[in-house]
Design a protein around this ligand. Structure first.
Ligand code: GLC
Length: 732
């Protein structure tokens, strides 16, 4: 509690006065919006104001909700994705006394009709511009059915793959996560959706890796590890923020004024609105901080939660709380002001009945598919490739394709059905390989399992036989395919079902095995790693993804993905990440240094790792200066050469370490990255600019400090870098 008290004191010291809606220095467009908001706000009754903060989920039958909208008692609706429902709601809002338009929200995160790989795979491309395009395409499809708000991007930094929701984010690093947060906000907004950056804050560090548990986070950790992607998303224009389910240091975020109002709204200057997560206000009773929904609603509102998602508490109790003085009408006005500001900024007041009659609009599927194909191609991470088993060349005459996953495509997470679309055409890996196999190349497919999740065998012997009569084996496995995302925490991360059992027997054949892993999180592949020559992480490749997979396996495309999250050797190592503190006893191999007696302390595969079909070498780093002041900057030249025989792409990563500081600092921190493609023998130098002001950190009181100190800078194709050199930051 002391840490948060320190942060509170600090925030009180630095907070600007309560925002005056119309400031002189505001751009004219903003002044127009603010004036319109104030005009409308003055006309609203208390019931209509509460209606703008009431955010239910679509009920069936929905006629009572349509009536409530017409009375001005509902301002937004969750999970209305079919135009035939959106139209009557929109019409009811138009016919209400003040005609305030509605927000229609869904989780349009990586799929509406065409399923993209999940956001963790986007991060594995290390190309934020691909994430911007992916978000744009998903947004276009959602906008075309009438949705205008998405609950994305999810930007929770996490070092814990036991937590199933890592699939929605950008992994373990705040810098990489910030780049993708900004890109995703830009893409969704360009596609016509308002965004909701989530889950504010610290949700990615649940105790035990178990969803919805709490977490203890110090102020420096909060400011330096978990907050940066939110700041990046707000800077990119996210109109809303979603508060998280969890407690931080014992206090549920949904009732945490220090975080929601003092930090987010005042210190960071966020002027959109904050929504609770699904029924999270009501869940304050479960947290043991409120006796009932009424008390929970007052606590949440006072903390700064503007929107009540699906708990119904604001609808039932907010007006009463105003009338009996527990809540000030000025605070209700401020919440409604934020909601109306977002609606005006989105242009919703300009919409006409004809706009809704025109739903659904068509979206050129070709472009969406091209984006989905590109993301998939660049997301695959080649963890190992001994004896260059990949790419499979025409010289390979027979390929055993093992695993029912390879002939399945049912695990795509999209809204095509509820949105009135038909399931988009897709290829299974088997179809994609058979369509692209070279003349004379034979694909010996054997499902081995009765189900796509590898739970029960249908014919193991046939699979072993197929392997024996083939030159190479592609074994397609999948994280237990019904458990991905929310509410799916696992204590064991090995291959699920009987997939490892089959691998044990396939390994006995002595054939080179390419293990293709479809997963939404890092898994523990330590045993498999010893049994196979090649591991390709395919994430969940999506509608265009298995075609992309076939292109990579057959060498038409070279893999270029890099891990956005560490792959541990064991669950016992978790939480694990590259940017750990050095400790007083760094591992030397002796007993009294930081390690385990029953497992290596290093990861199986580190953050930033990923191979190509070629190889790269790094020359020594060249600095423009060996030192800079705390206000200065230096250039770092990184020269990379393609030392292999194929064209390939490399993500050049730049890290720094502050060697001496007022608090222990991570052994590495990602500061820059850039993907480039080199032909065989080609050499290129990338120049990165390091600003001393970017090398700071927050202290216990939440102050950002940059210190004069010795530093190291590293560069390479993973966090286990290739080259390094020293520089100094001086006071002046
Ligand atoms: C869920 C999730 C949140 C999602 C919301 C609406 O519980 O935590 O990420 O956007 O409900 O579906």
């Amino acid at each position: 509690m002391r840490a948060l008290l320190a942060l509170t004191l600090f925030l009180t010291a630095v907070m600007p006065a309560a925002a005056n809606p119309v400031r002189k220095d505001m751009p004219q467009a903003d002044k127009t919006v603010e004036a319109a908001v104030e005009t409308l706000l003055r006309r609203m009754t208390l019931e209509e104001k509460v209606g703008q903060l009431h955010f239910p989920s679509l009920a069936f039958p929905h006629a009572p909700q349509i009536e409530a909208v017409r009375r001005g008692e509902i301002g937004a609706m969750l999970n209305v994705v079919d135009p035939k429902f959106i139209r009557p709601f929109a019409e009811a809002a138009r016919r209400s006394r003040l005609g305030i338009p509605m927000l229609f929200a869904i989780d349009a995160i990586y799929a509406l009709k065409i399923t993209f790989p999940p956001p963790l795979a986007w991060a594995a491309t290390w190309r934020p511009e691909l994430a911007e395009r992916a978000s744009y395409e998903v947004a276009r499809e959602a906008r075309a059915v009438g949705v205008n708000w998405t609950f994305a991007p999810m930007v929770d930094v996490s070092r814990d793959p036991r937590w199933g929701r890592v699939i929605e984010g950008a992994g373990e690093d705040a810098f990489l996560g910030s780049a993708f947060a900004a890109a995703r906000v830009a893409g969704y907004r360009r596609g016509g959706l308002a965004t909701s950056v989530k889950h504010f804050v610290g949700y990615g560090a649940p105790e035990g890796g178990r969803d919805y548990t709490g977490t203890e986070i110090s102020t420096p950790e909060l400011m330096d590890r978990y907050l940066p992607p939110f700041k990046a998303a707000l800077k990119a224009g996210s109109e809303t923020v979603m508060a998280s389910f969890n407690t931080i240091n014992g206090v549920p975020v949904t009732m945490n004024r220090t975080l929601v109002t003092d930090l987010l709204k005042k210190r960071l200057g966020f002027d959109g609105f904050v929504t609770s997560d699904f029924v999270a206000i009501g869940e304050l009773v479960n947290h043991g901080v409120a006796r009932d929904l009424e008390e929970a609603s007052v606590l949440a509102f006072r903390a700064g939660i503007d929107f009540d998602m699906a708990s119904g508490g604001y609808d039932l109790y907010l007006a009463k709380a105003v009338r009996d003085g527990r809540i000030k009408i000025a605070d209700v006005d401020e919440a409604v002001r934020r909601v109306l500001r977002v609606k005006f900024r989105l242009g919703l007041f300009q919409q006409t009945a004809a706009d809704f009659e025109a739903l659904p609009r068509t979206v050129d599927e070709t472009e969406v598919r091209q984006s989905a194909r590109s993301v998939a191609q660049e997301s695959f991470v080649l963890l190992k490739n001994d004896t260059a088993t990949l790419p499979i060349t025409p010289a390979t005459r027979s390929i055993a394709l093992i695993g029912a996953t390879a002939d399945s495509a049912q695990h795509d997470h999209s809204w095509w059905g509820p949105a009135g679309h038909t399931k988009p055409k897709t290829e299974t890996l088997r179809q994609a390989l058979e369509a692209r196999a070279r003349l004379g190349q034979k694909i010996n497919y054997a499902p081995a399992f009765a189900d796509a999740c590898g739970r029960e065998f249908s014919d193991k012997a046939a699979a072993i036989e197929a392997a024996k009569r083939s030159d190479v084996v592609i074994y397609n496995v999948i994280e237990d395919c019904d458990i991905q995302g929310e509410g799916v925490s696992r204590t064991k991360l090995e291959l699920s079902g009987r997939q490892q059992e089959l691998l044990d027997e396939l390994a006995e054949t002595g054939k080179p095995i390419v293990l293709v892993v479809e997963t939404g999180r890092p898994l523990v592949l330590t045993k498999a790693d010893k049994q196979v020559s090649t591991i390709l992480i395919a994430w969940h490749p999506g509608t265009e993804g298995r075609a992309a997979l076939a292109e990579v396996l057959l060498g038409d495309v070279s893999p270029s993905g890099k891990l956005p999250m560490t792959f541990p050797r064991s669950e016992g190592q978790i939480p694990i990440a590259y940017n750990a503190l050095p400790t007083g006893r760094p591992w030397t191999g002796s007993r009294y240094t930081t390690g385990y007696v029953d497992e290596a302390h290093t990861p199986l595969y580190p953050f930033g790792h990923g191979l190509s079909y070629t190889t790269f070498a790094y020359d020594a780093l060249v600095l423009s200066e060996p030192k800079m002041t705390i206000k200065g900057a230096i250039d770092v030249d990184v020269t990379v050469r393609n030392t292999g025989s194929r064209t390939g792409s490399e993500v050049v990563q730049l890290y720094t370490r502050q060697l001496v500081a007022s608090r222990s600092r991570p052994v590495k921190e990602l500061r820059a990255f850039e993907k480039m493609t080199l032909k065989p023998g080609e050499v290129r130098t990338l120049r990165f600019r390091l600003n001393a002001q970017d090398l700071g950190f927050h202290d216990d009181a939440g102050r950002y400090v940059v210190e004069a100190a010795p530093f190291k800078v590293f560069a390479g194709g993973s966090s286990e870098t290739a080259v390094a050199t020293d520089f100094l930051v001086t006071r002046d």
